[in-house]
Write a protein of this length. Structure first.
Length: 364
């Protein structure tokens, strides 16, 4: 009598990437409490909301969180029901490519035929039902087509801070739509982004993925051999091999999964997201999340805006009064205050870099 095959749904894992420092959310985001551990859009933190969205997609026992050692205690505090062994510690911060090779190795030790979905811990997605439908479709495509799957976000503006995916031939037309990826494009200039916006063939690259572990391994062997070797070594159950692999991990190139693999792979499918999405890339994103008044102002906490337009103000610990300002960001925290033009919100990381060079290192 032939052996019974394990149903595909029972072999599905979800990986949450909880590393990163979120420098553009200073002064609330710090090295010891990055953006993903903040409650930016409500009572739960971004990490907690990410884990909550996975309910019904995979078993809680197959949710995996990858984080650096210095953030492990925060992860456990915010996700107390996460199985202890499901918190995978990065030996070093080597970018998303190494992070996902590490997560795939963890899963491969348990089920080499498994499929894994990958989500950053710092995105805001409010329509959880549509999100789950899109992820279910992505699992089905990854399992049936043996391809890498990414999620594309229909662009709403000529955004130069995102990468783009150009869609090619259709794979599945029924909603959510799935197409083959024609090419990936790194962050474009404004003129190119405007062209992408009107083309109808370009989507924002969301940084979320689904693939079978075996398909990922094969793709890495072809396009990123060092990462493939790391995956194989980390998946080895022998303790001595794993210890050597962790040391080798620290020497891996610092590279994103997009650059290392997605831009090079031949078989990549794109699920067009039908859910709302924000990567909350800077304080400028708060206008869309918090809602703006008739003058385009968005505020939280103790904030008083008079004769202001298109400004974002957060009074976290005291009253912040702003008079006659346009296109300004003001963010209060217990020990620091940020003031910058809204158009320069992406540059807040320069403040964090400057703190490291001066006597304010403790405020990073």
């Amino acid at each position: 009598m032939p052996a019974r095959r394990t149903p595909a749904r029972a072999r599905r894992y979800a990986v949450i990437m909880a590393g990163g420092v979120g420098t553009r959310f200073w002064p609330h985001s710090r090295r010891r409490r990055p953006k993903q551990f903040l409650a930016i859009d409500g009572g739960r933190t971004l990490l907690q909301e990410t884990a909550r969205r996975l309910r019904g997609l995979v078993s809680p026992a197959r949710v995996v969180v990858v984080a650096p050692r210095e953030l492990a205690a925060l992860v456990r505090r915010q996700l107390p029901t996460l199985p202890r062994e499901n918190l995978v510690i990065e030996p070093a911060a080597r970018g998303t490519a190494a992070c996902l090779a590490l997560a795939a190795a963890w899963i491969a030790r348990r089920d080499p035929d498994a499929a894994m979905a990958v989500f950053p811990a710092d995105h805001v997605i409010r329509d959880a039902a549509r999100f789950r439908r899109c992820v279910t479709r992505a699992f089905e495509v990854a399992e049936s087509e043996d391809c890498l799957v990414t999620f594309g976000i229909p662009p709403t503006s000529a955004e130069t801070g995102y990468g783009y995916v150009a869609v090619g031939a259709p794979l599945r037309r029924s909603a959510p739509r799935v197409d083959w990826a024609a090419r990936f494009v790194e962050k474009p200039d404004h003129a190119t982004a405007r062209r992408f916006l009107t083309s109808g063939r370009h989507l924002w690259n969301s940084g979320m993925f689904v693939w079978r572990v075996a398909v990922l391994r094969a793709a890495l062997q072809r396009h990123a051999a060092a990462l493939a070797r790391a995956l194989d070594a980390l998946a080895d159950p022998r303790r001595a091999v794993a210890a050597a692999a962790r040391r080798a991990f620290r020497r891996l190139p610092l590279v994103s999964i997009d650059v290392a693999l997605m831009e090079r792979a031949a078989r990549v499918a794109v699920v067009t997201a039908t859910f709302d999405w924000s990567d909350v890339g800077s304080w400028a994103a708060m206008a869309a999340l918090w809602g703006a008044d008739a003058a385009g102002n968005a505020s939280r906490g103790a904030a008083l805006l008079i004769d202001c337009r298109d400004s974002i103000v957060y009074g976290a610990t005291r009253l912040v009064a702003v008079l006659g300002a346009d296109d300004l960001i003001v963010v209060d925290s217990p020990d620091a205050v940020l003031v910058c033009p809204r158009r320069r919100a992406q540059e807040v990381r320069r403040v964090v870099d400057a703190l490291a060079r001066r006597r304010y290192r403790h405020l990073r």
